[in-house]
Design a protein around this ligand. Structure first.
Ligand SMILES: *Cc1c(COP(=O)(O)O)cnc(C)c1O
Length: 241
């Protein structure tokens, strides 16, 4: 193993250990949390090293960059590629045709396009619905910061559940950036409450996955019910500008 692979492997294993400890602390099964290693803006060499270090789920933010990496690393067929960044609807074919999972579905328009392209490619795409729980304008996702307005989201979300080629699996959120991990906790709790609300509205839906938590706050996210955490810098280092 070269040095880069070794250092990524060490940080990957430390992160897995902290996830397991946080799960146990919260009375959860550590196997119920999946670690997505976020490699956006990292060169292919770093992504390759991550795979050689044992990483099996990679997260990318930009469709073209992600597809380029998927094509460069085709030999690693067991690796899952997750799109976690905002997808413009004109990029829907790239995502529908190449990624294994979409965490950041944030509009009905995008959902319909993805459904159509998945149908043409004869694929089913598992997706998470992204919600904005902090109210920041810069963040994507359906507006869910105000509980009094949750009901208004139901009609549009209900339509997404009927699309035949998308498999809705749960919720995703990216809270406002704070100075400490604890700052994120109430946002993660809000995501879980919203999950309960939606399950009451759509008892047939599968909303079991919660994608939340980054390098800064993934242990708190696990304590609050995350089933996917998305960790970049803590494992693969700082992103190149
Ligand atoms: C970049 C990014 C992450 C990872 O952030 P780190 O601070 O590097 O762990 C997670 N989720 C999303 C949506 C991101 O864009």
């Amino acid at each position: 193993m070269n040095e880069l692979v070794e250092s990524i492997r060490e940080r990957y294993l430390i992160t897995l250990g902290k996830i397991a400890a946080a799960a146990i602390k919260a009375g959860r099964n550590p196997d119920s949390v999946k670690l997505v290693v976020v490699t956006k803006s990292q060169p292919v060499d770093v992504v390759r090293a991550a795979v050689e270090a044992g990483v099996n789920i990679l997260g990318e933010n930009y469709p073209e960059e992600g597809v380029m990496k998927i094509q460069s690393l085709r030999e690693f067929s067991a690796v899952e590629w997750h799109m976690i960044g905002h997808v413009q609807s004109r990029k829907a074919p790239l995502v529908a045709g190449n990624f294994n999972f979409l965490h950041s579905l944030d509009s009905l328009k995008l959902a319909k396009k993805l459904d159509r392209f998945c149908g043409e490619a004869e694929r089913k795409l598992p997706v998470l619905l992204e919600f904005n729980v902090g109210g920041e304008e810069s963040k994507g996702g359906w507006p869910a910061w105000d509980e009094a307005r949750w009901q208004e989201l139901s009609a549009e979300l209900g339509e997404i559940f009927t699309l035949p080629n998308l498999k809705v699996r749960g919720l995703m959120a990216m809270p406002p950036l704070g100075d400490t991990a604890e700052f994120s906790r109430p946002y993660f709790q809000k995501v879980r409450h919203f999950q309960e609300f939606l399950l009451a509205q759509f008892p047939q839906a599968d909303l079991s996955e919660l994608s939340m938590g980054t390098s800064l706050d993934y242990e708190v996210a696990v304590e609050e019910g995350a089933t996917f955490v998305r960790v970049g810098t803590a494992i693969v280092g700082a992103r190149k500008k």
